[in-house]
Design a protein around this ligand. Structure first.
Ligand code: MG
Length: 159
């Protein structure tokens, strides 16, 4: 069995009055992410991890934020395109593990909906999609509620 590993990292700034999308799910919040797309920083990190596993560049290269084509786009569509690219190259997703650092709101009630939303897009069972959330104990830009930071690790398997 041929396998590859990839990691991805992304940050988005928070601002009042914007929608918060994370892991493909709308999170009730007074703040949301400043972005060209819907700002789903978790999906962006996941896309970069998948692209990284196959050394296919990064999400900014594939979907440039200078293009109107991707303005306000649902990041789930971008993830679907990345998974399709992976499959075209003869690979499938094995499992993914995502860590979200956000001070508030609390993400615990949204973890299962995120896993259930991402799994069918990735073409895997829900138990192959891990999403974890942490605060940073009020330290740094995450702790000051200025932004959100996400790390993603993926394993891909040759079909
Ligand atoms: Mg991003």
């Amino acid at each position: 069995m041929e396998i590859r590993i990839g990691n991805g990292y992304d940050v988005h700034a928070l601002a009042e009055g914007l929608p918060m999308w994370l892991g493909g799910v709308r999170i009730p919040s007074e703040t949301g992410f400043v972005a060209h797309s819907d700002g789903d920083v978790a999906i962006h990190a996941l896309c970069d991890a998948l692209l990284g596993a196959l050394a296919l560049g990064d999400i900014g290269h594939l979907f440039p934020d200078t293009s109107d084509k991707w303005k306000g786009i649902d990041s789930k569509i971008l993830l679907g395109k990345v998974v399709a690219l992976l499959q075209e190259k003869g690979w499938r997703v094995g499992n993914v593990d995502v860590t979200i650092a956000l001070q508030r709101p609390r993400l615990a009630p949204h973890i299962i909906p995120m896993r259930e939303t991402l799994a069918p897009i990735l073409g895997v069972d829900v138990d192959a999609v891990s999403v974890k959330a942490t605060t940073t104990e009020r330290l740094g830009f995450v702790g000051r509620c200025e932004g959100c930071e996400v790390w993603a690790t993926v394993l891909v398997v040759r079909q």
